[in-house]
Design a protein around this ligand. Structure first.
Ligand code: ADP
Ligand code: MG
Length: 569
């Protein structure tokens, strides 16, 4: 038996770990299951390169509650440790065994998916336990070791008689952490952090129906057997190649990710890059509700299949945070502040990559199946419009697939529209004039009148339209958007006005004076029978610029849909 002091600096570190290392005490389980996973993946690697001459088999990780004795066990069948290794990897706090392992096996171990980085994960156990035991046996032919520590820097170590390879960690749960002895709490944590980890994780048992025998009698009652309850899916869809997956697979993964979500996603984007950073994932465009309540299901960030957070702010460009799905990248710095995250070069690259990838996918959806894309347009437009306004890189690409629907449900790109109206809808300065309505019912008489003149009328009804129009006009010198009920629509009309007045001039004057008496002349213009074939005897219009001012001031300030502040225009 040996005993000693872990490290002089530890005396100061321990209370820090207990209190401040992780604000969330629950992550101890994530760390210990990650270590068990690392240990198993290390063994897999060593057997595959022939360095460990043992059978890899089908190792699992087990999490077990012993409520009576207030203990929680995490048991793996991985690489294990010799006494010497415990001394080195466990006693030397902040010495990262994982880091060393990766250094040593640099090239061959790159893709093993080992998680540890900081050499502090193990000590997070002391956030919830007042005593921790390790019983471990290395894959090497050496005696097992037993280590225990009560949270002070003193530890003891002695040989153990464990026969099978692997490591068992025993936590003596502290009085203030008894919640971690509850089955429901542990199940919840495993579901949250470990749902897609690469090694099967066993937690308790469950009843499983036996297949009905062929010669079952009439009154056959289903029989059950007790089987291990495996809580995770070790090979989630995002770890596979797109070519291995069907449309159905993507959909069922969506529901696996969000069990409470019953709507089908509109389409998905499979992310897969390994240079200059490593990132995989699947993003889904959800069907957005009209009123867009705060989205409960968010994009989840993983690191080597370990859940990290569902706050992807800074990693995913803001306009895409309305999407759903997963991103898995070992190259996003962990355990660091958000501001650091934003300053990190890799993180910015990742965000740009995602923007580009989403734009490319939208473009290919548009070119490959335009009809389908048009059908989905109303569900996705708000995300795209917001992207165009907030991400210059996205704006550059979006012209190729952004659609402008007409009041008759036809969809055009901006280029198509320009081509279509170039001979019929210009003003005196030679600018193309695109007429649009914001509300089909309210503006129907203006719409009918404009259509009767042979004009295209767009239906632009999203709340971002005033901003988008301003941007498009700024970037397209020869383009103006004009509301279909604007006062100067008549000025751009080049064709002969064919309306024949049924009122005498005197009658017209009278009518005009009467109307002007009730509407403020400074803000409205009264037109009599100005628009042919319109059923309306007169129309009251408002100058375009006044309307826009009003719309913008109504929209200004405040966040949109929880997307944060609106970009300054
Ligand atoms: P990290 O995982 O970042 O290296 P930890 O504090 O979580 O840091 O673990 C320290 C080291 O202890 C690991 O790198 C590993 O060498 C060793 N270790 C921890 N848990 C196990 C385990 N279950 N099996 C084998 N080795 C382990
Ligand atoms: Mg670790």
């Amino acid at each position: 038996m040996s005993s000693g002091k872990i490290n002089v600096s530890v005396e100061n570190i321990f209370p820090l770990i207990k209190k401040f290392l992780y604000s969330d005490h629950e992550i101890f389980l994530r760390e210990l299951v990650s270590n068990a996973t690392d240990a198993t993946l290390k063994l897999k690697h060593l057997t595959s390169i022939g360095e460990a001459k043992v059978e890899y088999g089908h190792p699992t990780i087990e999490v077990k509650i012993d409520k009576e004795n207030k203990k929680l066990h995490i048991i793996d069948q991985g690489i294990g440790m010799t006494a010497e290794e415990v001394e080195k990897y466990i006693n030397q706090v902040a010495f990262s065994g994982a880091e060393e392992f990766l250094d040593k096996y640099k090239d061959s171990a790159k893709d093993t998916g080992i998680i540890g980085h900081f050499g502090l994960g193990f000590y997070s156990a002391f956030m919830v336990a007042d005593k921790v035991e390790i019983i471990t046996k290395s894959y090497k032919d050496e005696p097992a070791a037993y280590w225990t520590c009560d949270g002070s820097p003193e530890f003891t170590m002695e040989p153990a008689d464990k026969k099978d390879r692997g490591t068992e960690i025993v936590l003596h749960i502290a009085e203030d952490s008894v919640e971690f002895l509850e089955e429901s709490r542990i199940r919840e944590l495993l579901q949250k952090y470990n749902k897609f980890m690469p090694i099967p994780i066993k937690f308790g048992t469950k009843q499983q129906a036996l297949p009905k025998p062929d010669d079952a009698p009439e009154d056959y009652k289903t029989e059950y057997e007790t089987v291990d309850n495996i809580i995770n899916n070790p090979t989630p869809a995002w770890t596979k190649q797109p070519s291995e997956l069907t449309a159905e697979d993507y959909k069922s993964f969506y529901h696996e990710l969000y069990p409470m979500q019953f709507e089908e996603p509109l389409f998905n984007i499979h992310l897969n890059v390994d240079h200059p950073f490593n990132l995989t994932g699947i993003l889904y465009f959800p069907k957005l509700a009209k009123d867009m309540q705060i989205q409960r299901d968010k994009i989840q960030l993983y690191q080597n299949q370990v859940f990290v957070t569902d706050n992807v702010e800074g990693i995913v460009p803001e306009f895409l945070t309305m999407l759903k799905g997963v991103i898995d990248s070992p190259d996003i710095p962990l355990n660091v502040s958000r501001s650091y995250l934003q300053a990190d070069g890799n993180v910015k690259k990742i965000s740009n990559y995602i923007t580009r990838k989403v734009a490319d996918k939208l473009k290919s959806l548009f070119t490959e199946n335009r009809e389908d894309f048009e059908a989905k347009w109303n569900d996705i437009k708000i995300v795209l419009e917001y992207g165009m306004l907030s991400e210059p890189k996205f704006y550059e690409k979006a012209g190729a697939f952004t659609l402008y629907p007409t009041v008759d449900d036809q969809y055009f790109t901006l280029d198509e529209l320009k081509e279509k109206v170039k001979d019929t809808q210009t003003d005196k300065d030679g600018k193309l004039v695109l007429l649009y309505a914001g509300n089909k019912d309210a503006q129907h008489s203006f719409i009918d009148a404009a259509k009767a003149k042979g004009y295209e009328v767009l239906l632009l009804d999203s709340p971002l339209v005033p901003h988008l129009i301003q941007k498009l006009e700024a970037d397209n010198e020869k383009l103006v958007f004009t509301r279909v009920d604007a006062d100067h629509i008549d000025n751009l009309i080049k064709k002969e006005d064919t309306a024949i007045s049924k009122l005498s001039d005197e009658e017209k004057e009278k009518l005009k004076t009467a109307i002007e008496g009730v509407v403020p002349a400074a803000t409205y213009t009264v037109q009599l029978e100005a628009l042919d074939s319109s059923a309306a005897p007169f129309m009251i219009t408002q100058p375009e610029f006044m309307r826009r001012m009003k719309e913008m001031s109504q929209m200004g300030g405040g966040g949109m849909y929880g997307m944060g502040n609106f970009p300054d225009m």
